[in-house]
Write a protein that binds this ligand. Structure first.
Ligand code: ADP
Ligand code: ADP
Length: 230
């Protein structure tokens, strides 16, 4: 099964007599192992797409599945549980908790889920931390890390509990060119080698070229789909 399926999803805002159409009848599948870039001008519906997939915003019509579970119609509590199980987030601004160390930030998804990582998960986290060169940084707080290190910590945090899909919103927007390339390479490795489904919103065509597939939004619709831009 695909990681996430949207079928005929619409989202309108404002006055029903004169609505703003943020998403218009969008049908999209996001698969495991696939790194999808989402592009399009400001106001084309990219944030709304991410928000409805994460269950942070409600659809006006249509259906969404996270794995086997339909999202539409669930109450807030059920949506929150589903989000924690299925979705990892990576943001432009890293969104690490400033008072926690790198290690505590990485373990946050487990704390929120009210459980401790088991032995397999602990060795997975150790593997990620080592392969991203963060072993010597685990006791550091975000303010003591470079932007690239902070984003790597955020990516380990997003991968730690093996979510069905990672939603990455302009993950390289605050990074220099070299660090951006490292982060993009890391995301493509996560998809190819770890089987991680990834959807990344970006305005940067170079960033999009790391993806397997590019969806271009315009006026709330998927206006174009491209594969293997490199
Ligand atoms: P982006 O940089 O991703 O394009 P936006 O500025 O479009 O970000 O949106 C940022 C957040 O504000 C999103 O969560 C979006 O849903 C919300 N938002 C966007 N436009 C409006 C609006 N007209 N009224 C209220 N909220 C909005
Ligand atoms: P993008 O992320 O591509 O910039 P958005 O999904 O933020 O686009 O916005 C799509 C359209 O929906 C825009 O016209 C935006 O102003 C509108 N919109 C988004 N969120 C809201 C909101 N909470 N209230 C009203 N309008 C919104």
């Amino acid at each position: 099964t695909p990681a996430v399926v949207l079928r005929n999803v619409s989202r309108t805002y404002g006055d029903p007599a004169n609505p703003i159409h943020a998403l218009r009848d969008v049908s999209v599948e996001l698969r495991r192992r696939e790194f999808t870039a989402i592009m399009g001008p400001s106001g084309s519906g990219k944030s709304t797409l991410m928000n409805v997939i994460a269950g942070l915003d409600e659809v006006s019509a249509g259906e969404i599945w996270l794995g086997e579970t339909p999202l539409v119609g669930l109450d807030d509590t059920a949506r929150t549980l589903l989000r924690r199980r299925h979705i990892g987030f990576v943001f432009q601004s890293f969104n690490l908790v400033p008072t926690l160390t790198a290690e505590e930030n990485i373990r946050l998804p487990f704390v929120l889920a009210g459980r401790k990582p088991d032995a397999t998960e602990r060795s997975w986290i150790t593997h990620l931390v080592r392969s991203l060169g963060l072993s010597e940084r685990l006791d550091h707080r975000p303010s003591e890390l470079s932007g690239g290190q902070q984003q790597r910590v955020a990516i380990v945090r997003a991968l730690a509990n093996r979510p069905t899909l990672i939603l990455a919103d302009e993950p390289t927007g605050a990074l220099d060119t070299r660090t951006s390339r490292e982060v993009l390479h890391l995301l493509s490795v996560a998809a190819r080698e770890y089987g991680q489904g990834i959807a990344m919103v970006t305005h940067d065509p170079v960033a999009a070229s790391y993806a397997d597939r590019v969806l271009v939004f315009a006026d709330g619709r998927v206006a174009g789909e491209y594969r293997d831009l490199t």
